[in-house]
Design a protein around this ligand. Structure first.
Ligand code: PMP
Length: 412
């Protein structure tokens, strides 16, 4: 069977989508940067660490919906908690008790946090966080890392459409793990520096993940502290995969504000920002709202997620399984005479092919794994979840072994 037949329904749907939806599939899930016809374009359902595409193929999934799936898709306790609340009414005139319960839970988990607010997407929270930094300091400049993703809003989107130079007028960039460049950007911002926003490790698209140098984190933390700049941790991607209390605890630093999304709801739409007591007044002055932002079911789902993560020690499970995946991929690559680089923390692993800059090998490897029922993204970091068990990794590593053999044959 050729690939067009293999993904017949996906491709037909994509053709139909292209007529009624700009680009057919847009944003970060666009298939534009992948090999045409080598990947499923539409999913039908998911359970645990597996999903099924519209053509009925089953995959062990290492993308986890780009992060939200932390416990396993369709987790019975989470779904039950959300459904129970949904029956009472999800979107009402007023917030519900669930918002208070969730804020209490999150502020108890995050060591420096005195308050929490809620939204739907990561971008809602990162954009709001920089506004809080500006409101608190009365200054304008925001410092961010080059190539870091903080969302789809004009000040940070990697897209170009509809963006004015003014949207970025007060955004300064510095290189990850480069103290001199950070100091340069800080000097450039001068007395006008309001906030610094970073992720706890650097995970650029089309690049290896890079863990933080502790001295670099210390420099940012101390500079912010001494100059009264708000230090924002964008924990949208790594939140609840490295440490339950926020990724700063995993890497040992102290931000002032933290943004969560993805894993917080295990697929239910919710994001949150938490901050220090000193930022409470500024937080109350920056308007924050949305049609569905008080909806109760995702908050009940989040509470269930946090409870399960805590009770089942899911973070340790993800770390162990991620390490097993790294080890297995390393030895399968070596056996087949292929050189790979493993990067990122084990709970958010990634591999690339050594001595390659164009990602052709990564694309070939991912496509071969797909045909064997394993979904690896070729150029975006991967995610482990609590439902990746040994038998899933056994199947995955057998598929990877054959896929590496195919890479070796194809590229030599
Ligand atoms: N920050 C980081 C680090 C992210 O990974 C993302 C999403 N990929 C965002 C912010 C934006 O989140 P959302 O897409 O939910 O707006």
């Amino acid at each position: 069977m050729n690939k067009t037949e293999h993904f017949e329904k996906s491709l037909t749907l994509f053709e139909r989508a292209s007529k009624v939806i700009p680009c057919g599939i847009y944003g970060h899930v666009t298939p534009a940067a992948t090999v045409p016809g080598a990947f499923p374009y539409f999913a039908r359902r998911a359970e645990g660490c597996r999903y099924w595409d519209v053509d009925g193929h089953e995959y062990i999934d290492f993308l986890c919906a780009y992060g939200p799936n932390v416990l396993g898709y369709n987790h019975p306790h989470v779904e039950e908690a959300a459904a129970r609340v949904q029956r009472d009414g999800n979107c009402l005139n007023h917030p519900t008790e669930w918002s208070v319960l969730l804020a209490e839970k999150l502020t108890a988990l995050v060591d420096f946090a005195a308050w929490a607010v809620f939204g739907k997407n990561g971008s809602d929270m990162t954009t709001w966080a920089i506004q809080v930094a500006r409101e608190h300091t009365g200054r304008r400049k925001i410092l961010k890392v080059k190539g870091a993703y903080h969302g789809s809003h004009p000040w940070c989107t990697p897209g170009h459409g509809g963006i004015l130079p003014e949207d970025r007028a007060h955004i300064l960039e510095f290189s990850w793990n480069d103290p001199e460049d950070f100091t340069r950007a800080l000097q450039e911002a001068g007395e006008d520096a309001a906030g610094v926003i970073i992720s706890s490790f650097h995970h650029p698209i089309f690049g290896d993940s890079i863990l933080p140098d502790p001295a670099f984190l210390k420099l940012i933390e101390e500079s912010c502290h001494h100059r009264g700049i708000v230090f924002i941790l964008d924990d949208v991607r790594s939140g609840f995969r490295l440490h339950l209390g926020g990724s700063h605890r995993h890497f040992g630093f102290e931000p002032d504000l933290i943004c969560f999304c993805k894993a917080l709801g295990n697929g239910h739409p919710i994001s949150s920002a938490l901050g220090r007591e000193e930022l409470r007044i500024a937080a109350s002055r920056v308007f924050l709202t949305g049609s569905y932002w008080n909806s109760a079911a995702p908050m009940a789902a989040s509470l269930a997620v946090l409870e399960i993560l805590e009770k089942e020690n899911t973070l340790e499970h993800m770390r162990r399984q991620g390490e097993r995946l790294f080890e297995g991929l390393r030895s399968a690559a070596k056996k087949n005479g292929v050189k790979i680089r493993c990067s990122g923390p084990p709970a958010l692993p990634f591999i690339s092919f050594a001595d390659e800059t164009n990602f052709y090998r990564s694309q070939h490897f991912a496509a071969e794994c797909i045909l064997r029922g394993v979904f690896f993204h070729p150029h975006h970091n991967w995610f482990m979840c609590g439902a990746h068990h040994d038998r899933d990794l056994d199947h995955t590593l057998r598929a990877a072994d054959e896929a590496f053999a195919s890479v070796k044959k194809h590229f030599s």
